[in-house]
Every structure is written in structure tokens, then in C-alpha cells.
Design a protein around this ligand. Structure first.
Ligand SMILES: [Fe+2]
Ligand SMILES: [Fe+2]
Length: 245
């Protein structure tokens, strides 16, 4: 994983884009069998992945680091590709897309009100939830196309976590030392709330892929504790290097 400076992240995202173009799309024409509750759950995740990222791009530009701005653009491209892959998967299953979902509308509106650091803290919760969700769906479904799509998305989400950790480690360092423990605790509570919401809202789908709500919740919280420690870590060592993802 890239460790210092966002130029390395730009190179990593570009290499990933080339790899994506080279491997091409899964064969959608094979069709896919999805349990109805999983299809409904994926419809909501498809809405969540979809967005033009203009707000995040503008905030990243204000941070005044050209390499970071470039990396954020490539990161947004990956998220939009997730929306596209899920749309194709749902299409292959004959399931229509949702125009929107209230939970996503709230999520987007809240993020617009925030500065870059806080927005990334919220986004990080979404990444942690996404990692456990896509892992559960991939491991719990037998359909090869569904497994391939969720595996592709999962691998991207796993890389997104150290990318945000690196910027948030910097962001935590800019806070007054007395404010850092509060920010850390607040973020952990946010992660708990986000995981709880998804565990309840997507509980039937988690059950259908043999992943209980409790196990899902515990996995997100454990991961959040490790990631939170890296974001709030003191010292010169880059947080993204501190632990492998
Ligand atoms: Fe995503
Ligand atoms: Fe992501």
C-alpha cells in the first residue's frame, strides 16, 4: 500500500484503473439468481454507491494538495464503477434500480454540511460497513456472477480504507491535542451507529447469506477500533503503513 504522499495513491489508483480495463466486465449475459431479500438490499447499496462526488471533489480541492485532489477523483471513479457493476448485476437478475432511498438522501445531505475531515470520517464508516457487507454477500451466495461482482467491489473498498486513513491521520494531527480523544470517541460511536443501522435495515439479507446481524455488527466494530487507532495515532509514521488492511 502506498505510504507517504498522495502521489503514490494516484499511481496505485491509476494502476487499478488499467487493471480494471484489462480484465473487462463479468459476463452479464449468464444471468444471476439472487434471493429477493438480497436483491432488495443490493438495490439500496446501488443507490449509495451512485453519486457524482462533486461535493467531495470540491472539498478535496480546497485542501490545496494537487496529488490528493487527483487521488480523490480516481477514488470517486471507483465508487461510481461500483454503482455501475451493481446496476449491471441487478439488471442481469431482472431487478429494477431504485431512483433513490431516504437513508441515502440523509447521508448525502449530512455530508454536504461537513468539512473535509468530518466528511471523510463519515465516509470511513460507510467503507467499513461496505467491507463487511460485501464480504458477507460474497461468501454467502453460490451464484458465480454475484460472487465475482461483490468480490471486485470488496477489494476496492479494502483499499479505500488505508487511503482515507492516511488523510484522516493528517486531519487528526491538525486538531488541538485536547480535542483528539473526543473526535476519536465520536467517530467510534458514529461507526457503531452506522453498523447498527445497516445491521437492522439489511438484516433479512444478512440472514439470507448466513451472516447474523450480531456477527456483522461485531466485525464492523472490531475493524473500526483498529482503523480508529490508526487515524488517531501520534507520531511521524504514516498511519496507513501501521497495519496491513
Ligand atoms: Fe463502493
Ligand atoms: Fe469505497
Amino acid at each position: 500500500m502506498p505510504g507517504s504522499g498522495f502521489g503514490e495513491w494516484v499511481a496505485a489508483f491509476e494502476a487499478e484503473r488499467e487493471r480494471r480495463e484489462w480484465i473487462a466486465d463479468p459476463e452479464w449475459e449468464h444471468g444471476v439468481e439472487l434471493p429477493a431479500v438480497v436483491a432488495r438490499s443490493l438495490q439500496k447499496f446501488q443507490v449509495g454507491e451512485n453519486g457524482d462526488g462533486a461535493n467531495l471533489r470540491a472539498k478535496a480541492d480546497l485542501a490545496g494538495d494537487a496529488a490528493y485532489s487527483a487521488a480523490v477523483r480516481l477514488f470517486i471513479d471507483e465508487e461510481r464503477n461500483h454503482a455501475r457493476l451493481l446496476a449491471e448485476l441487478l439488471g442481469a437478475a431482472g431487478v429494477p434500480l431504485l431512483d433513490g432511498h431516504w437513508s441515502d438522501g440523509v447521508f448525502v445531505r449530512v455530508r454536504r454540511l461537513l468539512g473535509l475531515r468530518t466528511e471523510l470520517m463519515v465516509l470511513m464508516v460507510a467503507e467499513l460497513v461496505a467491507v463487511e457487507y460485501y464480504r458477507s454477500v460474497r461468501d454467502g451466495l453460490a451464484d458465480p456472477l454475484a460472487r465475482e461482482v461483490t468480490d471486485r467491489i470488496l477489494r476496492d473498498e479494502q483499499r479505500h480504507i488505508p487511503f482515507h486513513v492516511q488523510r484522516l491521520h493528517q486531519g487528526f494531527g491538525e486538531l488541538a491535542p485536547s480535542a483528539r480523544p473526543f473526535a476519536h470517541l465520536g467517530w467510534l460511536l458514529l461507526a457503531l451507529g452506522g453498523a447498527l443501522f445497516v445491521a437492522v435495515d439489511h438484516g433479512p439479507a444478512l440472514h439470507a447469506v448466513r451472516a447474523s446481524r450480531g456477527r456483522f455488527l461485531l466485525a464492523v466494530v472490531r475493524h473500526a477500533r483498529a482503523v480508529g487507532a490508526r487515524m488517531a495515532a501520534r507520531g511521524g509514521r504514516t498511519a496507513a503503513q501501521a497495519l496491513p488492511e
